[in-house]
Design a protein around this ligand. Structure first.
Ligand code: ADP
Ligand code: MG
Length: 255
């Protein structure tokens, strides 16, 4: 039985002014996949990730062109140039991790992770005290899962890049994210922190069946951690298949 598609990207293009950054991108991910997104700097990786996170609207379809849309969990989050109303309700099921860890530097890690709960709360808490005991416990559990529970009360700014990135992943866990999309999460990390972060993503993928789409500048990591790789060049998908079939010739033409 084939796993259900969790993300379906159809004929997505994106231009900024005259500059076409994504050109008719189509692919889908099944629940439980871990997929690497590779491509040279400027190939459109971040833009693609931002369109999937509903942070950047996609272009309208060209005259008589094929319909363009992005569906998550079988619901459209982008359709023909607009982020849909449904997108707001789906956001909390999608964990987004950026290269820059996007923690609030002056808040504790625990508080930073609790902030991941906001998408699910109808009333925004005025202070940390408004998070319930259960919520704080689930934030601690998430910090444990990524191996940094002992730093829970330190400020974001007191931690190393790798630890901050693990906190950003913990924030997606309290959200109960079903899919994590990570934009070059290891680009600013030293190799051992990078491996640690990739190990955590791979573990969440294997043990919790969380679908992972991760853009990576370094192809070695895609080959090591992701069974499937999608390669972008000039905003077009030029490869989508098993990472094991990527050849050195292909990779040298990619960059
Ligand atoms: P990558 O993440 O693969 O390096 P990006 O998606 O960041 O690629 O960028 C692809 C191209 O789109 C680059 O040429 C970049 O300058 C351009 N670009 C990205 N965002 C914007 C924007 N908001 N306005 C104008 N150009 C942009
Ligand atoms: Mg980028």
């Amino acid at each position: 039985m084939k796993a259900e598609p969790i993300l379906v990207v159809r004929h997505v293009s994106k231009s900024f002014g005259n500059c076409q950054v994504l050109d008719d991108v189509s692919f889908s991910l099944s629940r439980g996949e871990m997929v690497g997104l590779i491509g040279a700097s400027g190939s459109g990786k971040s833009t693609l990730i931002r369109t999937i996170a509903a942070l950047t609207p996609i272009d309208r379809e060209k005259d008589k062109g094929a319909p363009c849309s992005i569906h998550l969990f079988d619901q459209a989050i982008q359709k023909n140039g607009c982020v849909t109303r449904a997108a707001a309700g789906l956001r909390s099921r999608v964990g987004v991790v950026f290269q820059q860890f996007n923690l609030v530097p002056r808040l504790s890690l625990l508080m930073n992770v609790c902030l991941g709960l906001l998408g699910r709360m109808s009333v925004i808490p005025a202070t940390f005290g408004y998070f319930t005991q259960d919520q704080k416990v689930s934030a601690m559990t998430a910090l444990k899962r990524v191996g940094i529970a002992e730093h829970a009360l330190k400020r974001g700014s007191q931690l190393s890049g790798g630890q901050q990135q693990r906190a950003a992943i913990a924030r997606t866990l309290v959200q109960n994210a079903e899919i994590i999309i990570a934009d070059e999460p290891i680009a600013s990390l030293d190799p051992s922190s990078a491996r640690r972060v990739m190990d955590i993503l791979a573990d969440l993928n294997k043990r919790d069946n969380i679908t992972v789409l991760v853009s990576l500048h370094q192809v070695e990591y895609a080959m090591r951690y992701c069974p499937r790789t999608i390669a972008l060049k000039g905003g077009k998908i030029i490869y989508d298949g098993p990472s094991s079939a990527l050849t050195p010739e292909f990779l040298s033409a990619l960059y």
